[in-house]
Structures are given as structure tokens and as C-alpha cells.
Design a protein around this ligand. Structure first.
Ligand code: B12
Ligand code: SF4
Ligand code: SF4
Length: 386
């Protein structure tokens, strides 16, 4: 080496093989770019990766055909980037200071998963990953290939996160970090650089079963095995058709996603909060009333959801969910509002939404929903502290 005058090493003849970009330099840069956790996994074939096939064969993926279609690639990141040697995995805390859904006593409030309150994490984190790759290209003396993904790539992110030492895959199937919990977005860079890997994280669930016991639909069919077709997250976000009637009461007031199996987890009882402006809630998504959400015109709703992860559910999907939640709330005013047609809410005229409105009205007529009878006893009555 010939030394550094501007923070970068100048290389002399013969130095190229000595000088490589190091894992700790990449981690420091990742932190500077806003990632809270960063670790390196070898681009290997780990035993956990093979569970995907069995999981798909059991039918647990439901209509998420993209998982089936990309299963070969998901089996190993080297199928995504031939020659890959390392996976740089990042974790970003999105928790902010708002009560958990299980602490929310207002039966007329719509429950939206906390990951979706702010800006779309796909966009925010992809820009940060791209900045990290750009910095790596500048800082690395050797050329390399890289692919950066946030959620939507053909990668089993939690497995690589575990082998990068970020945390373990809990019985609720979420990646849990022993210090910060599981309110984490994962994002990764697969690259051909040979980087020092981190030791994998160890399972710390022990004998706990709080998440299995708390799930309102019994979707966690065995420790670490989630039947997505029963999960409220799948039913409210991914499913395009009607929600099976048997699961509608369990939806409670959940209109988008579900956080219950993470809220009850002992590792999420004093979680750190993010100050990142990207994850702060949009006003209209900050514990909105069910009736207000229903009465919001389509144009306004579209504008609210622009740039948010909630666009994934589609407008009609969201109306379908709100109709069920209003039916579960038992609020006569809100139920009456479902029947009021409005030209500025054309998405409510969708035949699937109309069928869910009919269900909500009939459900109300036939039952006294638990929510109203005793607000402390919501449809998802989970309030467990270890
Ligand atoms: C499809 C998907 C879903 C589906 C299915 C979820 C699931 N558990 O598979 C649905 C729509 C239900 C969903 C819900 C949610 N998701 Co999601 N989802 C994904 C996605 C795109 C793929 C996951 C996947 O590969 N599933 C296939 C199964 C096989 O994998 P797995 O459940 O993780 O299984 C592992 C173990 O459980 C075990 N296992 C599986 N089967 C078996 C069988 C046996 C016998 C054994 C012993 C073990 C075992 O091995 C597997 C591999 O290690 C990832 C992003 C990605 N590209 O990885 C995000 C991702 C997992 N989701 C995420 C989030 C935030 C959520 C929600 C919290 C959103 C919400 N609030 O509504 C919920 C959480 C629900 C839950 N408890 O998992 C985050 C998770 C972050 C974290 N800390 O873990 C990810 C990583 C996205 C991201 N980039 O941040 N999701
Ligand atoms: S997200 Fe909700 S419905 Fe899905 S497994 Fe967790 S507790 Fe069950
Ligand atoms: S609630 Fe308990 S069993 Fe479930 S993921 Fe958390 S520690 Fe593991």
C-alpha cells in the first residue's frame, strides 16, 4: 500500500490482491445509510431453504403463485446470481410510538399493520441498497456483480438473515433479533465478493408458545410453519377473491395485515422506536375510524395510499376488508353506512365488495358481536405480557 491521503487507499503494483473491501467497512456504510442491522451470510445452501418445497406442496401458499413459479430460484441465491459468494443482509426498525393492536380498546377503530403506516418500504430501502452498492463499487478494488432486493426478489430473506446473524426464525416464522425484536424490514445484496461471514443467530424461543396461542385463526400450524391461507395478513392483503366466511369473524377490526403474533412476543415488549421520517404514520392511516375509512371517496383514498405499501391490497380489497370489519364491530351507524351508495366510491360497487357488505349486515342482524358487548373483549382478545 502507498497510504491514504483522501480516505481511500492508493494501491501500488502488487497490492491488488491484498486490498479487498471488508465486511466491517460495508457494515459501517450500511449504518450510515440508515440500516439498523447489517450482517453477512455466505451464499450457501442451508437446510432451512429446502422447507419451501414442502410448504408449497402442503398448499400453505394459497394463491401466491409467484412463490411456486420462483421456487427454484428461491432454493439458493446462486440460482439468482451465478457465482454469488456473499449475501449482505440488512434489517431496518420500523416500530414507532403507537399502541399495539392488542391494546386498542376502541371497537370502531380500523387496525392497520404498523409496517404499512408510512412510506412504502420497498421504495425507501431499495434506494438505500442502491446507494450501498454504488459506494461498494467505488470502494472495491475488484469488480463484482450484485443484485439488490427488498421483499419482492426470489430470495428466502429470513433464512439468509438468520445466517447473517441478524436473528433467528421464531415459532411465528418472523426474524427476531434478541436485542431489538422483530419489527424489522429485511433487504439484501447478493454479490460475488468474498466477504467474511457472521456466525448464524441461535434460536431463543425456548418453550414459549405465546404466538401460537394468540393467533386468531390458528394459522401457525406448527412452530415455524405458517399456513398463509389462514393468516389475516394473506386474507386481507394477498387474497383477491372473497374472504372465506369461516375466517371473517376472526378478522375483527383488521383491515390490512396483522401484527398479533409479533405483539405478544416477549422480545417485542420494549422495542426500540424508529425516528425515521419514512415510517411515521400518514394522518389518514393513524388509527382511523372504520366508518371514516369506509366513507372516504376513492380518489382521496387513492391519494392517501400513493407511495404506501397498502396499495398492494387494491382499493376493492381494502373496501372488502373494511366491510367485514364493520360487520364485526356491530356499530349500527357504521353498518347503515355500508348500504349508502355514493358516486364517489365506485370501488364499493364491486360484486365482491357488495357480497361482503351483505355478509356484514346479516352478521350484525344475527349476532351480537363480542366487540360491542364488551369493548375489552375484541374479536382478537389478546393481551398477554410475560
Ligand atoms: C410470502 C410472504 C408472506 C406470506 C407468507 C408468510 C410466511 N410466513 O411465509 C404472508 C402474506 C402471510 C406474509 C405475512 C407477513 N409478512 Co411477509 N413475506 C413473504 C415473503 C415474500 C416470502 C416468505 C416465504 O418465503 N415464505 C415461505 C415459507 C416456507 O417461509 P417461512 O414461513 O419463512 O418458513 C421458514 C421457517 O418457518 C421454516 N419452515 C417452513 N416450513 C417448515 C416446515 C417444517 C416441518 C419445519 C420444521 C420448518 C419449516 O423454514 C422456512 C425457511 O427457513 C417474504 C419476503 C422474502 N422474499 O422472503 C416476506 C416477509 C417474510 N414478510 C414480512 C412481514 C413484515 C410480514 C408481516 C409481519 C406483515 C403484516 N404485518 O401483516 C406478516 C407476518 C406473518 C408471519 N407470522 O409470518 C417480512 C418479515 C420481517 C421479519 N422480521 O421477519 C419479510 C421478510 C419481508 C421483508 N423484506 O421485510 N408474508
Ligand atoms: S399475522 Fe396474525 S393471523 Fe397471521 S399468523 Fe400472525 S397472528 Fe396469525
Ligand atoms: S412469541 Fe414466543 S414462541 Fe413465538 S416467536 Fe416470540 S419467543 Fe418465539
Amino acid at each position: 500500500m502507498t497510504g491514504s491521503s483522501n480516505g481511500r487507499w492508493e494501491l501500488g503494483v502488487g497490492d491488488w490482491e491484498l486490498r479487498t473491501l471488508t465486511s466491517s467497512e460495508i457494515k459501517a456504510r450500511a449504518r450510515a445509510l440508515g440500516f439498523d442491522l447489517c450482517g453477512i451470510a455466505p451464499a450457501g445452501s442451508f437446510p432451512e431453504l429446502s422447507f419451501l418445497r414442502e410448504w408449497l406442496d402442503r398448499g400453505h401458499a394459497g394463491e401466491m403463485g409467484y412463490l411456486q413459479r420462483t421456487a427454484d430460484k428461491r432454493a439458493d441465491v446462486r440460482h439468482v446470481l451465478p457465482g454469488a459468494r456473499s449475501v449482505i443482509v440488512t434489517g431496518t426498525i420500523y416500530n414507532i410510538a403507537r399502541p399495539y393492536s392488542t391494546e386498542q380498546a376502541d371497537p370502531d377503530a380500523a387496525l392497520i399493520s404498523r409496517y404499512a403506516w408510512g412510506d412504502d418500504y420497498h421504495d425507501v430501502l431499495k434506494a438505500r441498497l442502491d446507494a450501498l452498492v454504488a459506494w461498494m463499487r467505488d470502494a472495491s478494488p475488484e469488480p463484482f456483480e450484485a443484485r439488490a432486493y427488498v421483499d419482492t426478489g426470489p430470495v428466502q430473506e429470513r433464512v439468509y438473515a438468520q445466517y447473517a446473524g441478524l436473528g433467528w426464525i421464531g415459532k411465528n416464522t418472523c426474524l427476531i433479533n434478541p436485542s431489538v425484536g422483530s419489527w424489522l424490514f429485511l433487504a439484501e445484496i447478493i454479490c460475488t465478493l468474498r466477504l467474511d461471514p457472521d456466525p448464524p443467530a441461535l434460536d431463543q424461543c425456548g418453550t414459549c408458545t405465546l404466538c401460537l396461542d394468540a393467533c386468531p385463526t390458528g394459522a401457525i400450524v406448527e412452530p415455524q410453519v405458517l399456513d398463509a391461507t389462514r393468516c389475516l395478513s394473506y386474507l386481507t392483503i394477498e387474497l383477491r377473491g372473497p374472504i372465506p366466511e369461516a375466517h371473517r369473524p376472526a378478522l375483527g377490526a383488521h383491515v390490512y395485515g396483522c401484527d398479533i403474533c409479533q405483539e405478544v412476543c416477549p422480545y417485542n415488549q420494549q422495542p426500540p422506536r424508529s425516528n425515521d421520517v419514512a415510517w411515521q404514520p400518514r394522518r389518514a392511516l393513524d388509527l382511523p375510524a372504520l366508518i371514516a375509512l369506509w366513507q372516504t371517496p376513492d380518489d382521496e383514498l387513492r391519494a392517501t395510499l400513493k407511495g404506501s405499501a397498502m396499495t398492494r391490497a387494491t382499493l376493492t380489497g381494502l373496501r372488502r376488508n373494511v366491510a367485514v370489519a364493520i360487520g364485526n364491530s356491530g356499530n349500527p351507524d357504521a353498518i347503515a353506512s355500508l348500504a349508502v351508495a355514493s358516486e364517489d366510491r365506485p370501488s364499493a360497487d364491486d360484486p365482491i365488495v357488495e357480497e361482503h357488505i351483505r355478509w356484514a349486515v346479516t352478521n350484525h342482524a344475527n349476532h351480537e358481536p363480542a366487540n360491542r358487548a364488551n369493548p375489552a373483549n375484541r374479536a382478537n382478545p389478546v393481551m398477554i405480557r410475560p
